[in-house]
Write a protein that binds this ligand. Structure first.
Ligand SMILES: NC(=O)c1ccc[n+]([C@@H]2O[C@H](COP(=O)([O-])OP(=O)(O)OC[C@H]3O[C@@H](n4cnc5c(N)ncnc54)[C@H](O)[C@@H]3O)[C@@H](O)[C@H]2O)c1
Length: 424
């Protein structure tokens, strides 16, 4: 590719955290889009000379771009992704790859339909921390032997005020986020290290009154999924959960030994071999902070433990080289299926759900009409419960505390719906 890849950013909150790495990855930002005027103003700072800031997606999409980083609302990525790919624009998206089973089917069909025009990448970041990249190298060397079990945790507690600011307005997706839905930060690193795909999920969630004090949120603080993988192993993973303190932990239990990130310092990994299986020349126990396999200088200090840089780099590399990313649509929708069907499992007392293989037309037909969603629609109603305590209501004091924060004029609480712009 003669010129630098021209990148657009759709959604200037998380999207700007990723915009920082476009130029060090070899691209340039030619357009940004956000309907929140303050965020759009922030977005302008990342534009190349002559770049344009749009408040409207329909105008943004007409800009000449090679790729768009999609960081709009969690539950609304799919309709915009389809519009972008239809125009031949490559996309990289933030979690989740479809917030209903019907959206997943639409996404898979669109990616296949427009495959010759554009590629789809799921921009999950945690699989690219130096620790996970190093654990992939070790696992794939075979020295730890067969994997039996793996565990991933994404713990992100916050004060009531912070949670309320992050979820501006009663309709915001974070206020209806079931505890299994934000699962890719836990699951993607395990799938990446082991090159496996999920086959069956069963899940449980936990309610806490403490968690609800001072917030107007219809969601649980903890959800755990147990997933059988296509190599016969079992993974346990969480959604974005609130138990204990902030951090990510990953553990791989193999027959000859194990490795894990160290609790409360996730940049460090600990690798240990059983006495009967120690490979020649390897220490029996080693704990160290690995460097990334390449671009150590460029990625140092980048968001999420150095991982964010590598997502942007992978997106831009695929545009430059015309190759498919590791996290293609099938990996992305497998994670989304674990999230969504894991939640169905929770609502049904933990029953197992098979994860569909969306290469199979029968599975596409089976799920194409399943639009059930825990998120509020334009009329303020949902078609699935978003928390385990289905009798839960927000008490007036908590509602008032949240409203006091949302009334801040600097917060943009207009949670709009894709139908408005997508002509639906
Ligand atoms: N990978 C990570 O570590 C990480 C961290 C934070 C957020 N995220 C993801 O990023 C996405 C966005 O989350 P967020 O934290 O930025 O919060 P958010 O969802 O509240 O913000 C979305 C932004 O997109 C804008 N937007 C939404 N719809 C729009 C539309 N139709 N037209 C123009 N602008 C629109 C909003 O104004 C807002 O600025 C979500 O998918 C979330 O899961 C990922």
């Amino acid at each position: 590719m003669a010129n630098k890849p021209r990148i657009g950013i759709f959604g200037c909150w998380r999207g700007l955290a990723m915009a920082k790495y476009v130029s060090s990855s070899g691209g340039e930002i030619v357009a940004v889009c956000d309907h929140n005027p303050a965020r759009l103003e922030d977005g302008k700072k990342y534009l190349v000379e002559g770049g344009v800031a749009y408040s409207n997606f329909d105008e943004f999409i007409n800009h000449e771009m090679d790729g768009v980083y999609v960081a709009n609302y969690f539950d609304q990525h799919v309709p915009y992704v389809i519009r972008l790919m239809e125009r031949g624009i490559n996309v990289c998206i933030e979690p989740i790859c479809g917030s209903t089973m019907a959206q997943i089917v639409e996404l898979v069909r669109a990616v296949e339909k427009y495959r010759d025009r554009a590629f789809f990448m799921f921009g999950e970041n945690y699989q690219y921390t130096p620790a996970i990249q190093e654990m992939k190298r070790i696992y794939q060397s075979g020295k730890l032997g067969d994997l039996l079990y793996a565990h991933g945790e994404y713990v992100h507690p916050a004060s009531a005020a912070e949670r309320t600011r992050l979820a501006p307005g009663p309709n915001h997706w974070r206020n209806s986020l079931p505890s299994t839905y934000y699962n890719s930060h836990s699951l993607a690193p395990l799938m990446y290290v082991t090159d496996t795909m999920p086959k069956v999920v069963m899940a449980q969630a936990v309610h806490s009154e403490d968690y609800h004090r001072g917030v107007a949120r219809m969601a649980d603080p903890f959800g755990v999924m147990m997933t059988q993988m296509d190599n016969g192993t079992v993974f346990t993973t969480t959604g974005c959960v609130s138990g204990s303190v902030h951090g990510n932990w990953y553990r791989f239990a193999c027959f000859r030994g194990g490795m894990e990130t160290v609790r409360y310092d996730e940049s460090v990994i600990a690798v240990r071999y059983n006495s009967f299986a120690k490979p020649e020349g390897e220490p029996r126990y080693n704990a160290y902070t690995p460097e990334p396999p390449f671009d150590a200088d460029k990625s140092r200090g980048s968001g999420h433990g150095g991982a964010d840089y590598f997502v942007v780099r992978e997106f831009i590399r695929c545009i430059e080289e015309g190759t498919q990313p590791y996290n293609d649509v099938y990996r992305g929708v497998a994670m989304a299926s674990v999230a969504i069907l894991g939640w169905r499992s929770v609502l049904e007392g933990g029953v197992p759900y098979a994860i569909p293989d969306f290469h199979d037309e029968k599975e596409l037909l089976k799920w194409e009409k399943d639009t059930r969603s825990p998120f509020l629609d334009a009329n303020g109603s949902r078609t699935l419960p978003s928390m385990v305590r289905q009798d839960w209501t927000i008490n007036p004091e908590d509602a008032a505390a949240a409203k006091a924060i949302w009334d801040d004029p600097k917060l943009f609480t207009d949670y709009s719906w894709p139908g408005k712009e997508l002509g639906k």
